[in-house]
Design a protein around this ligand. Sequence first.
Ligand SMILES: *[C@@H]1O[C@H](CO)[C@@H](O)[C@H](O)[C@H]1NC(C)=O
Ligand SMILES: *[C@@H]1O[C@H](CO)[C@@H](O)[C@H](O)[C@H]1NC(C)=O
Ligand SMILES: *[C@@H]1O[C@H](CO)[C@@H](O)[C@H](O)[C@H]1NC(C)=O
Length: 424
Amino acid sequence: MMATLCRRASRPLYLLSLLLLGVSACSAAPLEVPLGVDGARVVDASGANVRLACVNWFGTEQLDGSPSGLHIQDPKTIAETVSRLGFNCVRLPFSVQNVLTDPTLDARTVKAATEKGYKIRTSMDALDAAVSALSDAGVGVLLDNHMSDAGWCCNLVDDNGLWYNERWPEEAWVEAWVKLAARYRSTPLVFGADLRNEPRETRVKAAHGTPHACRVVDEPWGAWRDAFERCGRAIRAVNPQMLLVVEATGFSVTLPVHEIISGSGAVRLDRVVYSPHDYAWENPKNLSNLTYPAFEALLDKRWGVIATEGKYPILLGEFGASQVEKEHSRDTSYWRHMMLYLAKREEVGFALWSLDSSGANGDGKTPQWCKPPCCDKSGGSGHPHGEFQDWGLLNASYTGAANEAMARDLQNLMYRLKLAVMAV
Ligand SMILES: *[C@@H]1O[C@H](CO)[C@@H](O)[C@H](O)[C@H]1NC(C)=O
Ligand SMILES: *[C@@H]1O[C@H](CO)[C@@H](O)[C@H](O)[C@H]1NC(C)=O
Ligand SMILES: *[C@@H]1O[C@H](CO)[C@@H](O)[C@H](O)[C@H]1NC(C)=O
């Protein structure tokens, strides 16, 4: 089988297979769980270094309630495509609302999957189908609480900036996590929990009689860390093997690196991975003129130093660029710099945003929960069901890469680490 050959192939053989077969030549080596942590490295069950090479598969957290793409492809084909492209992991977002209420899906959302015999009626059915398919394909799953309410994330006026809001208090967040951790306890490739996506300030209705209708609520790192530890302990109580992934306040752009490295601000649990997000717009506007060393220095300072100091593992939980308009100069220089950075910092795991080539946010429905003036999300942030997503790794049929050159860039990163592992 090509997959086996590829995994064990020497470098020239691997390169030859890439040349002959394009980007679809290899499968990821299945993750050997449970995963652990050794300094800045994630290690597998045998103690070998693992580079998490993930892609985000959104949808379950949104109004459609299902991982996207199931209207045109079945979960098995999608999972096998992800594996064939070389990824060993998928970051799978969910919302507290969809997990706790398990809504019945619009049949159109999962049409292709049900036509192939999958019994998918509700949001949890769809999540189960995706998780089983990924697990069967040897792909690890990192669950990610992306939203409290069902919808597209993120901005400052979506009333979902923190791990709690008026409708979904902290207890509901923990309840949703415990439910999923227990549900997938016997699916060991569900290896990790990214407790909350991009914590950030949020706007809430001010008390009657105050001059402004809304008031800004924000939480410092310390309060977030305490909540993370409470929820992390509850998850581990039902599923001890879970790796815990922590993001930072302020959209997870800037980790409190000095506090983390010195230990005073580090999460007081074992097996924790720190997870910044880093997009082009979080970098200087003149990115196209920035030299690579300048870019490297910026990223090291923002978050890379946690790994280079050998303290804790880093998973770059979101980054990406349009897979279509690669010519766009800002995206091109960002992509080129980021690929070089990830090639040099090979202990840093990554999760591309995103797998999806189509939207999943409910046919133009306005989310009921979003109440102006403190929340402004009319039309679900402009991502209607099935709408083309140009950031998607996969093409419109979810069976191959949308942009082969960019997929090859990512495979180059995956391959480097496999060499390092094989050399041990
Ligand atoms: C890059 O440098 C060129 C030449 O110095 C300048 O014209 C251009 O505006 C700069 N681009 C950015 C994005 O700063
Ligand atoms: C880019 O902008 C930064 C400030 O944001 C400045 O320090 C740096 O010199 C600029 N670099 C180039 C190459 O223009
Ligand atoms: C997606 O990629 C696969 C594999 O290369 C190919 O067979 C399929 O035709 C592509 N689909 C579209 C819509 O381009």
